[in-house]
Structures are given as C-alpha cells and as structure tokens.
Design a protein around this ligand. Structure first.
Ligand SMILES: Cc1cc2nc3c(=O)[nH]c(=O)nc-3n(C[C@H](O)[C@H](O)[C@H](O)COP(=O)(O)O)c2cc1C
Length: 498
C-alpha cells in the first residue's frame, strides 16, 4: 500500500486543480480516443542469428553526467498536494533503484507556495539520477523569469528544467493562461541564461518537426515530442467540466495531435544530431524499444507509471523491471548490443511494409583520415532485411566527394592506391594533380583514375536485391574509403523495389 501523506499540504486554486487532475487520471478513462500512439504500426524484424550473447547487451545510457540503467524516464506529473508527495516519493525510490531519470510536476505551485516543497522534494531519495523540474512555458509570460526558474531548479536540486507547451489544455481550462504570443523568445532568453539544460515538451499532442527545429534553434537542449496516443489532457479537462457545451468542445479534441511514433520519427529526421525524447502513450518495454529504434534518445512514461505508483512502490518497481527486461531482450533478438545501435536500426518495419517500395536509411561513419576505410556491407544487408523488399536494388550514396564508395574484394582498390604513399597514383595521374595543395588532391586523383576525366571520385554504388537478400558476388564487400582529413561521412542507403 502507498505510504500516508502528512506534510506539504497547501490549499488554493492551483493545488486543488492538481488534486483533481490526479483523481481524474486515476479514476476516469482519460486516454485519447480514435487515435493511437502508432507503435503498433511498427514491427521488428528478428535477427535469428543475433551473433551476440544476451550478456553482451547493455541498456545503459548517459545523460547530463549520470549513467542510467535504461533510456527511460518518469515523465513530469505532480506535486503540490499531499497525495502527490506520496506518488513522487514512490517514483523517486523506483527511479533510484533502476537508475531512471525522474521528472517532477509543474513547480508553479511551489513558486507561489514554498510550503508545498515536501511534496516535490525527492532529491535525497534519488541522489544518482537526473531530476527534471517543470513549469509551463506560458508562465514565462506571467512573471516567471530566469530568477524564478533558477529558484525552482535550486529548490528541487534538479539537473534540468522542463518547459511544457500545453496551449490546447490552457484553452480548454476556464482558468487557463492562453497568452502564448512571444513565448518562443522568452524560451530563448531563458536558455541563454539558465545554468542547467532546458528541455521543451508537449503534454500529449506531439511536437511537429518544424516546431522542434524552432525550439532547438532557440537553444533548448532537448525536445520531448510527447505525442498523442496516451493520456489526453482534453479528456482530463472534459471530466472537470459541468457545462455541456464546453464538454462537447473538449470531446472534439479526443483524437487531436500527432501520434508519438510519427512525432519522434519526424523529429529525428529533421534534427539528426539533437537530443530527442519520446513520450506519450508508452505502455511497455516494446513501445519503448520501438521509440528508440525510431530515433529517441530517451523514452518518457507518465500515466502508466502513475497508475502503478498508485498501487504502491513495489508495483512501480515491477513496471520499471518489465520495461528494462523487455528492452534488453528486444535488443538481443535484433543483435544490437547497445542503445546507440538500436537507435535507427534498419530492422524496424512499418506494418504496411508489405506494400513498401522504398526504404531510406542514413549511416554516419567516423573517419580516421586518408586511406581509412569502412566496410558497410553488414549495414547494407540489415537495411535490405529491414525493408522487406524482395526484388529490387539497393543504392548507396555518399554525401560528400571527399571520400569514395566502391564494391569489390577487400582491400578496396582505392586503399591500395593511397596506401603506397602516392607512388601508385604517380604512375597513373600527373603528380601535381594528386599532390595539389588544396587538400583535395587524392580525391581528384582517385576520381580521375576511377571515372575518366571528370576527376570526381565515385560517390555511389548500387547492388541488386534478390529474394530479399543483398546479392553481392562471393567475397564482394561495400567499402567507403576516406580521401581527406578525418571527418564524419554520411551515406544514404535506399532500398528500392517490391
Ligand atoms: C497526473 C498527471 C499530471 C501531469 N502533470 C504534468 C505537469 O505538471 N507538467 C507536464 O509537463 N506534464 C504533465 N503531465 C503530462 C505528462 O508528462 C505526459 O506528457 C502526458 O501525460 C503523456 O504521457 P502518457 O501518455 O505516458 O501519460 C501530467 C500527466 C499526468 C498523468
């Protein structure tokens, strides 16, 4: 049974709304209607020969200087009323036990009523995990400035501040704050001055990629797309309403928003290198694994943890174990030993994969400088397997002519050209060409050797897909060879066919 609350009591409008929110979330059906988070549309393609041991799989990730047990966090929920304190403490102990990041509910009530601190203050229970403080972004237009945000972070000894963007919820609340004009500039000002990372999130309707990019440009350290498919705040607010017209207006938004699976995939495509979190309708470890495969660095869970925590700490702890163990076994069955390799795995297909005619996968390759090579054959094979395309072609396009891509028997022909210190090139092209001082000499020279007179090295290669397999001759490999200084090289793989 949950512990009894004795401290941290405050009584006023914001607190009673928080108490009502908790009650409604636990007693009513507040799920989105007529729409899902979208994860059921995706399936993993098993790697029946994982070629790793289960013991090799690590779900560990690093965030804000902490080492986490899994890429999972308890999303921001509550605080300010006694029952919230009970929930927060149970979740904090669970977060500490499983090394999960922990979000706290909106701290507005705490700024207005410092006596609410005991219901939020869980740092001593969770000393080894990142804690996120939280406030509505619109409050930045209502007198909450950098100093107040700093005070909130310090009171909670938090590692980051989460700003929630909840325009629809505020519009549905009779007491809502709807002055969203100019909020982005306030966010940018805050990001410039606050000492801890700022994270922007929705509350369950999804951040579309254009907005994610604007938030990242404004300086937020991470975007939590917080998409549709789980808790619906229009449904929560509907349960607070008595006026029939307002209830019908709220009901109209029961399927509003961008499903989480789509939101995270689009955000990752728009911002390949950004810190992207996914939350909204994450029910279990399988959803979490799919969210990571679609591009999430961290996966957030609110309603599901709230319901478990309301049954007591042990139930919430079991839920955390279930998430982590499912994730670990998914990774094993895909042959992915790290969370980084699960992210963007090509072994995730959408259920409409039967009709698929194309799959695009981006590879990012490190480079050790001229002559170094990457054998990408296994990644191309995985893309072909993940595409579910039986007959077609896989095209590999290198997005920069400072390296070259080729199909052949190792070592790659270009590697041997370069590895002789240029002597082989001397015999094939005029030395002044490949020893030119613009730094691109080897690239020009290899291009001249490979493609005749246009002096551009080969930046694309294509291979057949037959019977769902990459159809390379025996011993043939696909290799990217660096022709310049060390830098990241990106390869776009497109599997085309049916
Ligand atoms: C009881 C409850 C209270 C919440 N309060 C907050 C809050 O104060 N600040 C916030 O950013 N999000 C809040 N949320 C939204 C969640 O963080 C999350 O974005 C949303 O519930 C969707 O995730 P879910 O489908 O896993 O519940 C709350 C959610 C619940 C269930």
């Amino acid at each position: 049974m949950p512990e009894k609350e004795t401290s941290g009591t405050v009584s006023h409008g914001t607190a009673s709304r928080k108490a009502e929110h908790l009650r409604i979330n636990l007693e009513e059906d507040v799920s989105a209607k007529g729409v899902t988070s979208g994860f059921e549309r995706f399936r993993f393609v098993p790697r029946t020969l994982p070629e790793i041991d289960l013991a090799d799989v690590s779900t560990v990730v690093d965030l804000f200087g902490y080492r986490l047990g899994a890429p999972v966090f308890v999303s921001c929920m509550t605080g300010g009323v006694p029952e919230a304190g009970v929930i927060n403490r149970a979740l904090a102990r669970v977060a500490q036990r499983h090394r999960l990041a922990l979000g706290l509910g909106s701290g507005r009530v705490l700024l207005e009523h410092p006596e609410a601190l005991p219901s939020f203050d869980v740092r001593s229970l969770a000393p080894d995990v990142p804690i996120f403080a939280n406030i509505g972004a619109v409050q930045l237009k209502r007198g909450v400035g950098v100093d107040e945000c700093r005070r909130l972070v310090n009171l909670l000894r938090a590692d980051a501040l989460v700003l929630h963007l909840n325009a629809l919820q505020e519009a549905l609340q009779p007491e809502g704050d709807t002055v969203f004009g100019g909020v982005l500039e306030r966010i940018a000002q805050l990001c410039r001055r606050l000492e801890v990372p700022v994270i922007a999130k929705e509350v369950g309707w999804g951040i579309a990629p254009d907005v994610a990019l604007r938030l990242l440009e404004a300086g937020v350290s991470a975007v939590d797309v917080a998409g549709t498919g789980g808790t619906s705040w229009s449904e929560v607010e509907r349960h607070r309403m008595t006026d029939p017209v307002r209830r019908r207006v709220a009901a109209a938004f029961a399927d509003w928003g961008l499903p989480t699976a789509d939101a995270v995939r689009l955000a990752r495509r728009a911002a390949p290198d950004a810190l992207i979190f996914a939350s909204g309708g994450i029910r279990n470890g399988m959803d979490a694994a799919k969210a990571v495969a679609l591009g999430a660095d961290l996966v957030g869970v609110a309603g599901t943890f709230l319901r478990a925590a309301s049954q007591g700490e042990e139930a919430a702890s079991e839920l955390a174990s279930e998430f982590i163990e499912t994730l670990r076994i998914v990774m094993f069955c895909l042959g992915e030993s790290s969370v980084a390799s699960l992210r963007g795995t090509p072994r995730l297909i959408s259920d409409d994969g039967r009709d698929r005619t194309a799959l695009t996968v981006e590879l990012a390759l490190g480079s050790n400088g001229i002559g170094s090579s990457h054998d990408i054959t296994d990644q191309v094979m995985a893309a072909v397997a993940g595409s579910a395309i039986l007959t077609g072609v896989v095209h590999c396009f290198l997005q920069d002519a400072g390296a070259t891509i080729q199909i052949g028997t190792p070592p790659a022909r270009t590697t041997s050209l370069i590895s002789t210190g240029g002597q082989a090139l001397d015999r094939l092209v005029p030395p002044d060409l490949h020893r030119s001082r613009d730094g691109h000499g080897p690239a020009h020279a290899v291009g001249a050797v490979e493609s005749g007179s246009d002096r551009v090295p080969l930046v694309s290669a294509a291979a057949p897909v037959v019977g769902g397999r990459l159809w390379l001759g025996a011993d043939q490999r696909i290799t990217v060879v660096e022709l310049g200084a060390p830098r990241e090289r990106r390869v776009t793989l497109q599997v085309l066919g049916q």
